[in-house]
Design a protein around this ligand. Structure first.
Ligand code: NAD
Length: 696
């Protein structure tokens, strides 16, 4: 076939008569409910009208329709022809695969070079690949029908720049259902069918005065699935608003109803394949699609790691090819997978890789590069593309060697100095520090036996689990707490003031006396109400013995705070005999360290409350070092704060009456966590009861 690109030649299309057209199966949302409901005569008439309309302004060639191939009428999906190079479609849907040899034969017979994309990739021709109106670049979609990995091939074969766009609405399953490049650089499209990054690319390339945006109503009329020849736009239907906008841009819409074909999800554009695309002379092959291989190993199916990795890739705007997947056949046998991750740009790929690293994705053996380091330019400010840490054991590749990150916590960055990698918070960064950026040379090492196990039990919630199971869970926690004590381990408790209001602080005080607790973390409220209870018998003005509020009791916690302020500290109040009982009395008496972190709600505050939050965070972090278990009791604020600085191998037990808080805390990726939805007072009384049984 001669190069038909020259301006002087008339426009040429390939069409296929709808002799065997019908909706025989469902492969897109438009076909649903329409199987067997097309009218062949009406379809034939509508097709002839389109054919005639096109013939009046262009040349039309025909391919012989084939029985059993109802969608062959949609020739746009045959492939894409630019100059003498034809890339044949490789259909995503099995139902359409038999069309491939028909189209291949037709083009071969006409002397065109026919290219096949690699067999593991998908490509649905000019349905998903559309030349810019001036032939300068190729817009190519990816999603269900065309693989992102196909884009670099197209760039190379056609020696053209490929711009990758991601389709997100299943109704607009091909790019040409929602996107139409037009003469003079215009573009008619429906932004709602593309993801945010794709819309940004479109806006960068097409100036606002050249963008004809469709509303949802116009998009579902398949207004963008039209044929543009010069200034004419041949389409199924044109709303009055669109007609006005098109004519303002110098275009003349010509309506030709194609309702029968709409039942199969196609309109004018789908029914034609342009045989002489207009191309620009100045072209270079270019695609920004970036690809990297990762490896996964572990209990990939049971722990849903595989599905979470796949979701992260797709939601991150990427695509993947599963190269190898070996499933462990027994419960504790490992599964392995090798995944090729692609994204429309190197930055998008970095973002995806950073998301899947915490799920255990690592570079395949010998395929990793050193981590990319960027220097801190200003004290306390990280370079833009910084890697943010998780709670998992992390290693960084420095000069070809993997080194463990020290001082690991969540939401920090990694600073590398020589062969040392250390987790730092923004405020700890100093000008010149070398910080890990991007997603290369970072791996998370998760011991295989310790894949996340999160459980939630409820005393009161109807559906989560039975009361009996929750009781058994507390019994198991008591067993573990007892064991930690016997092995000289560390149990750290995070407690909110509700512990006091529910009568739970007496049980905690008992646990301090009995030597179970290594440190206590809380806020001003926990101590204020505990001391109020010890001094005045109320918690937030409620007499805990009678459950009734006492006259003027609302100021009792202020009285308590004031007395401690007079004494100088909680320890001094214990020393001078003013504080004689309660949780904080026991902590002081038993030399158990505690940290009270300040908050905007605090009254007083107590002299012990650390109002400098940077210092409070550092002290919390110091006190949880080496913890075997952290018991988080009814304080969303302090529990989340603690959770963020806790490494993944520490056992978390979270107790709260609000299931959403429990889920949030147990779901944060700790390797083993248990959440209990119940009243914290009840929980502590049951726990202490069980502890007594173990210690007897
Ligand atoms: P928070 O909202 O972060 O957490 C309270 C949690 O307790 C919630 O998740 C809630 O669902 C849960 N809860 C409520 N009733 C419960 C029950 N019966 N059993 C189990 N869980 C229950 O608030 P917080 O941690 O209590 O307080 C936030 C900050 O305010 C802290 O720093 C605290 O010290 C401070 N504060 C100060 C004062 C004061 O100075 N007077 C008083 C209260 C709180």
């Amino acid at each position: 076939m001669k190069n038909p690109g020259a301006e002087t030649q008339s426009v040429r299309f390939l069409m296929c008569r709808p002799e065997y057209f019908g909706v025989d199966y469902v492969i897109n949302p438009w076909m649903k409910g329409n199987v067997g409901r097309t009218d062949r005569e009406v379809a034939a008439m509508q097709w002839e009208r389109l054919y005639e309309a096109l013939k009046s302004v262009a040349e039309v060639e025909l391919i012989e329709p084939q029985p059993g191939l109802p969608d062959m009428v949609f020739t746009a999906n045959a492939g894409i022809l630019i100059e003498n190079e034809f890339v044949l479609t490789h259909f995503a849907k099995r139902e359409r695969e038999p069309e491939e040899p028909q189209f291949k034969k037709w083009f071969k017979e006409r002397g065109v070079s026919v290219h096949l994309i690699p067999p593991n990739l998908l490509f649905e021709g000019a349905g998903d690949a559309l030349l810019d109106g001036s032939g300068r670049w190729l817009w190519v979609a990816y999603g269900d029908r065309t693989s992102l990995e196909t884009h670099p091939y197209l760039a190379k074969i056609f020696n053209i720049e490929v711009l990758s766009l991601r389709l997100t609405d299943p109704r607009f399953y091909h790019l040409d259902t929602c996107f139409m490049p037009m003469e003079d650089g215009y573009l008619m499209y429906y932004p709602g069918a593309l993801d945010a990054n794709s819309n940004r690319i479109v806006e960068e390339r097409v100036p606002p005065d050249k963008r004809i945006e469709l509303g949802m109503d116009e998009a579902v009329d398949f207004s963008a699935n039209s044929v543009n020849i010069g200034k004419k736009v041949i389409m199924n239907r044109c709303s009055s608003g669109l007609r006005k906008r098109l004519s303002e841009c110098g275009f003349e819409p010509i309506e030709t109803p194609l309702t029968e074909f709409m039942k199969a999800g196609g309109s004018a554009k789908c029914l034609t394949l342009r045989l002489n695309e207009k191309t620009s002379v100045k072209r270079t092959a270019h695609s920004t699609v970036a690809t990297r291989k990762v490896k996964m190993e572990g209990q990939l199916i049971d722990s849903h790691l595989m599905s979470r990795v796949c979701d992260s890739i797709i939601y991150g705007g990427g695509a993947f090819q599963l190269h190898e997947m070996r499933l462990g056949r027994k419960r504790n046998e490992l599964s392995t997978a090798e995944i090729e991750v692609s994204a429309p740009s190197e930055q998008a790929l970095d973002k995806i890789i950073r998301k899947i690293i915490p799920l255990g994705a690592t570079p395949p053996q010998g395929e990793s590069a050193d981590a990319l380091l960027a220097a801190v330019g200003k004290n306390g400010v990280a370079p833009e593309n910084f890697y943010s840490t998780t709670i998992y054991h992390t290693e960084i590749r420095v000069d070809g060697e993997w080194v463990s990150v020290e001082n690991l916590r969540m939401d920090g960055v990694v600073a590398v100095s020589g062969k040392t990698a250390r987790c730092k918070l923004f405020r700890e960064l100093e000008k010149g520090d070398k910080v890990v950026t991007g997603g290369e040379g970072i791996r998370i090492v998760r011991p295989v036996s310790e894949y996340s196990r999160q459980e939630t039990f409820s005393f009161m919630g109807a559906n989560i689990s039975s009361e009996r199971r929750a009781e058994l869970t507390i019994e198991r926690i008591a067993w573990e707490v007892n064991r930690i004590k016997n092995l000289n381990g560390r149990l750290v408790v995070v407690a909110g003031p509700v512990v006091v209001h529910t009568g739970g602080s007496a049980h905690l005080a008992q646990m301090v006396r009995d030597g179970y607790i290594s440190a206590l973390l809380g806020g001003n409220g926990t101590a204020a109400h505990d001391i109020e209870l010890a001094m005045l018998g109320t918690s937030l003005g409620i007499d805990l013995r009678t459950g009734r509020s006492v006259e003027g009791g609302h100021r009792n916690h202020l009285v308590a705070i004031n007395r401690i302020r007079r004494a100088g500290s909680i320890a001094k109040a214990v020393e001078n005999g003013e504080l004689k009982s309660g949780l904080f009395y026991e902590l002081v008496k038993n030399n158990i360290p505690f940290c009270l972190a300040g908050s905007i709600r605090d009254d007083g505050p107590l002299p012990d409350t650390e109002m400098d939050l940077t210092k409070a965070q550092a002290e919390y972090s110091r006190l949880i070092k080496g913890a075997d278990m952290i018991l988080m009791l009814s304080s969303m604020l302090h529990a989340i704060g603690t959770g963020n600085m806790t490494p993944a191998n520490v056992r978390l037990v979270c107790v709260d009456i609000n299931p959403a808080v429990v889920t949030k805390l147990t779901d944060r990726g700790s390797l083993e966590s248990v959440g209990i939805v119940t009243d914290v007072g009840l929980f502590l009384s049951q726990l202490v009861k069980e502890l007594k049984i173990f210690s007897n």
